[in-house]
Ligand binder design. Structure first.
Ligand SMILES: [Zn+2]
Ligand SMILES: [Zn+2]
Length: 111
């Protein structure tokens, strides 16, 4: 019915995506670049967590839910976590550990 609503949109700026690459990524080229370059405090994170957070974003495994809350697909794809920049309901997050899900949320919010 509404053709406009069915067009794939950038998760960041909500513009309609046209290239197959952008659609697969879920972000337009400008937003993808902004996210990669986002100035995020990485001091509390290890290199492998930073790599995992970037991979999560590029795989489209983290989607905005509302304001600062994101939905994140777990590594094995069986669970969905709710993640904010300083909280996450995955096992590590509930223990107070800074998981890479939170880092990915920070990267997206900083972009
Ligand atoms: Zn965008
Ligand atoms: Zn987490």
């Amino acid at each position: 019915m509404n053709a406009v609503a069915e067009q794939p949109r950038c998760h960041h700026c909500h513009r309609v995506l046209r290239s197959a690459k952008s659609i697969a990524l879920g972000y337009g080229p400008t937003c993808a670049r902004k996210i990669r370059r986002a100035a995020v405090d990485l001091r509390d994170y290890q290199a492998h967590q930073i790599a995992s957070a970037r991979e999560l974003i590029e795989d489209g495994g983290i989607l905005p839910l509302r304001s600062v809350v994101f939905l994140v697909v777990s590594t094995d794809g069986t669970e969905i976590h709710r993640t904010a920049p300083a909280a996450c309901n995955c096992k590590a997050g509930l223990k107070g550990t800074r998981c890479y899900h939170q880092l990915a949320a920070r990267m997206l919010l900083a972009a």
